[in-house]
Design a protein around this ligand. Structure first.
Ligand code: AQP
Length: 335
């Protein structure tokens, strides 16, 4: 996809290679990506540069990055039609991030809630990369002239700062960067932790019972859902003070397409045990075909690496053009 196809929007989204994807990633992002890829020009990236804001062993980072790339292929995203690439294979991301650092105010970066959450969780490693993460994300988005960026609710603030940075840059240099719009899917926008349902589900949560990973075997999924925190009312209904049940209802709705009224009707008079069993069955039915496809793809290293090389080449062409334009506008000496 060298240039934008007529009338199609450029849709861009990334996922960090910080662990196996969770059903939060799947419902909040991947399913929307799959739907959007049918009608738009899509660019999907594995954000391995973002993944080093927390410590990884080199072998783990390499493995996780390849695995996350394979998950994107397993979702059915077509590497010929879309650009699917590894962020670190395109050096313009780091270049553009540095440039945009200089157009971002310290105060606005300080307001990012994810920085506050993550620095509390990784108190022994509050590095500057964790702080400037949203600026690298702005670079990811702005390099590709994205019209739309489908993200989960948790990333909305980062998208807003990307828009602010683009507008500031354009205010100085003219209409250089495209200001992207967020796209937050209605269902699955925020899947919460199974153990602390006032927090979002995260793949790097140290408590493994808090998330369902797409690699979890069926029995583990059922066990994790069975031990999900609920409340003492024993009534399947969506309401205030029922974060745990609300979350399970959201998951069930994502899998079955039912709305909350229909779920309440179906489970009227039934206890949480029955409901949790139904949620587990629905989640397993939803993700097991993707997992089988992933297992097929991950065994084919040559295919994965060929897709990565093709994706990087396509991404580099677009990113290099934007970076050149930006550098020229700023006044870097060009030869
Ligand atoms: N719990 C969630 N509910 C809905 N959407 C979610 N996303 C992540 N968690 C949820 C969406 O998935 C996309 C890719 O996310 P990411 O991996 O790049 O970053 P993240 O938001 O930081 O995800 P994690 O799982 O919490 O990663 P770690 O633990 O490494 O920080 C994004 O569109 C995100 O909105």
């Amino acid at each position: 996809m060298e240039t934008q196809t007529e009338n199609k929007k450029i849709v861009l989204s990334f996922v960090q290679s910080s662990g196996a994807p969770t059903i939060g990633n799947y419902f909040g992002a991947f399913k929307n990506w799959h739907d959007m890829a049918q009608e738009n020009d899509c660019i999907f990236g594995v954000a391995d540069l973002h993944a080093i804001t927390v410590r990884n062993t080199p072998a783990d980072l390499r493995r996780r990055s390849k695995e996350m790339y394979a998950w994107l292929l397993a979702l059915g995203l077509d590497p010929e039609k879309n650009v699917i690439f590894m962020q670190s294979h395109v050096q313009e991301h780091a270049l553009m991030a540095w440039i945009l650092n200089c157009y971002t105010m310290f105060g606005e970066a300080s307001r990012m809630t994810q920085f506050k959450d993550k620095s509390a969780r990784h108190a022994d490693n509050v590095n500057v990369g964790l702080f400037t993460y949203p600026i690298l994300m702005a670079a990811d988005i702005l390099l590709y002239n994205a019209d739309m960026v489908p993200v989960g609710d948790d990333q909305k603030q980062h998208l807003e700062i990307a828009r602010d940075i683009a507008e500031r840059f354009n205010g100085i240099y003219g209409d250089v960067l495209k200001v992207p719009a967020p796209y937050i899917g209605k269902k699955g926008a925020r899947i919460l932790s199974l153990q602390e349902p006032d927090k979002k589900m995260s793949k790097s949560d140290p408590n493994e019972k808090s998330f369902i990973s797409l690699t979890d075997p069926d029995a583990v999924i059922a066990k994790k859902i069975k031990s999900a925190v609920t409340d003492s009312e024993a009534c399947v209904r969506y309401g205030e003070g029922k974060d745990g049940i609300n979350n399970l209802m959201a998951l069930y709705a994502c899998c079955t397409g039912l709305d909350y009224d229909a779920i309440e009707r179906d489970f009227a008079g039934k206890g949480y045990g029955d409901f949790k069993a139904a949620v587990a069955e629905a989640v397993v039915a939803e993700i097991s075909p993707v997992r089988s496809e992933y297992e097929r793809i991950i065994a084919d290293k040559a295919y994965i690496e060929q897709c990565m090389a093709d994706g990087a080449e396509k991404a580099r062409r677009i990113a290099a053009r934007t970076a050149r334009k930006v550098m020229k506008k700023i006044g870097f000496y060009q030869i």
